[in-house]
Design a protein. Structure first.
Length: 147
């Protein structure tokens, strides 16, 4: 690189690069000079509290666990008699665009509803029953009927 194109930052970057290279060579020489540790010296153990230690754990404190007692996956849900049909009120509905929002009576949550999920004719303020289904952007109301 010519003298005219060298800037302060380029000089500094070059100095840092050379320093890193020199440090790397020094570390390599240090590793070669010092004898390597044995495998037993490199092992770290975890005690019953989850802390690292140099001593192996006490085998007398070991608990025996049966393989069939280990439950993999999501635990089964207690049988809840949840009614899938919910009741609510049509808060907003745009007939031209074919969508609206339903406000559930119990939780006051709002759910999206599309015209393809509506059975019959509904207008804003109607009491309706509906079911929920997962859509691309959240829960959607489906099988919507006027009460």
């Amino acid at each position: 690189m010519g003298k005219s194109q060298e800037t302060f930052s380029k000089k500094e970057k070059e100095k840092k690069r050379l320093k890193r290279k020199k440090d790397k060579l020094a570390k390599r020489e240090e590793r070669r000079a010092n004898p390597k540790k044995t495998f037993e010296e490199l092992i770290a153990y975890v005690d019953e509290n989850g802390n690292l230690s140099d001593t192996p754990p006490d085998l007398t404190k070991k608990n025996k666990i049966k393989a069939e007692d280990i439950q993999l996956g999501v635990p089964s849900r207690e049988s809840e008699d949840v009614d899938p049909i919910k009741k609510g009120k049509l808060e907003f509905y745009n007939n031209d665009k074919g969508y609206g929002f339903i406000k559930e009576d119990v939780t006051n949550d709002k759910f999206f509803v599309h015209v393809s999920s509506i059975n019959g004719e509904i207008i804003e303020g109607d009491k309706i029953s509906f079911e929920l289904e997962q859509g691309p952007k959240g829960l959607n109301a489906v099988r919507v009927n006027k009460i």
